[in-house]
Design a binder for this molecule. Structure first.
Ligand code: FNR
Length: 204
């Protein structure tokens, strides 16, 4: 009969697998009318079942200073602690960012730097879905390429395909900020499903 019994660790595993997946989303742009923030908000609507996406901002973070990036005394600035604590709650990250000067915007890179250090780094080894939007034709491809070394050094698990490079994004949202490009929506949903699958695989 023992073969039919579910062991405690199996039960724990099943419970863990069924637990809702919590994603943290960050936009690389602070601009009120940001196309990337609109895209992130769209992604929040397209998450698969059993997944929620909470959007946080890096706008309160000071410019990185290693003198204050210490877990003990003097402890990290309050805004940094709040930011890191939020990231620590995430099973995975969704980063939606513009491309600035062919690279990662400074504000976003600064936020990543604050989150990257220490044994308790809340982004190390974390699953990631990276996306971007531009009014131009290249859809942040150079920003996403510039992100690869960050992904590598942080051991992040990036969902590579499908790539979300929303070009001519200024023509792809209605007046209420809803994405009107149905094909793009399909690809975003697929990417988020890939992120969910990756997280479940890691839990298992
Ligand atoms: C840009 N933009 C831009 N676009 C691009 O395709 N490649 C680039 O290298 C740059 N560089 C760049 C630098 C800086 C400082 C700014 C402010 C802008 C244009 C950018 O794609 C456009 O402004 C987007 O609308 C910015 O994204 P949000 O704010 O709409 O999300």
């Amino acid at each position: 009969m023992d073969g039919f019994k579910t062991t405690f660790s199996e039960k724990l595993k099943i419970k863990n697998m069924e637990k809702e997946i919590h994603l943290i989303g960050i936009s690389g742009s602070l601009r009120k009318g940001s196309l990337n923030t609109m895209l992130l908000k769209e992604a929040a609507k397209l998450v698969p079942e059993g997944v929620n996406l909470e959007i946080i901002s890096f706008e309160e973070l000071p410019v990185y200073n290693g003198d204050f990036d210490i877990p003990e005394k003097p402890e990290r600035p309050a805004a940094v602690r709040i930011f890191r604590d939020s990231l620590a709650t995430a099973d995975g990250l969704v980063i939606v960012s513009p491309e600035y000067n062919y690279s990662i915007p400074g504000g976003l890179k600064n936020a990543i730097d604050w989150a990257s250090r220490g044994e308790d780094s809340p982004i190390r080894n974390k699953p990631l879905a990276l996306m971007g939007a531009t009014p131009g034709m290249w859809g942040t491809v150079r920003m996403q390429t510039a992100f690869l070394p960050v992904i590598e050094t942080m051991g992040m698990k990036s969902v590579q395909k499908p790539e979300i490079l929303l070009a001519q994004a200024n023509k792809k949202f209605d007046e209420n900020g809803n994405l009107t490009d149905e094909k793009a929506k399909e690809l975003i949903a697929k990417k988020l499903q890939g992120l969910k699958d990756m997280i479940l695989k890691m839990r298992a």
